[in-house]
Write a protein that binds this ligand. Sequence first.
Ligand SMILES: [Zn+2]
Length: 85
Amino acid sequence: MNTLQPQHPHDCDRCIFLGQYYDGARYDLYFCDRKSENRNLHILVARFGSKPGYDFQYQAESPRAPLLSQPLQAAQEMAGRRGLL
Ligand SMILES: [Zn+2]
């Protein structure tokens, strides 16, 4: 499995591709940099398809806020390891 390239194209030039999460579906995980709009806001995206709406998104002002889904928890961990949060 190639974990270096997103499988589901994502039309956002501000998203940083973090990696993938697999639980039967394959998720592309992104961190969306919105710091220039609101320096406290971060957005995590777990995309499981290319069409609009085929993703889970999470935005919060605190990186410690609880997350709902495993793919987004994986995205949070990856973003944290890369120093993005
Ligand atoms: Zn984005």
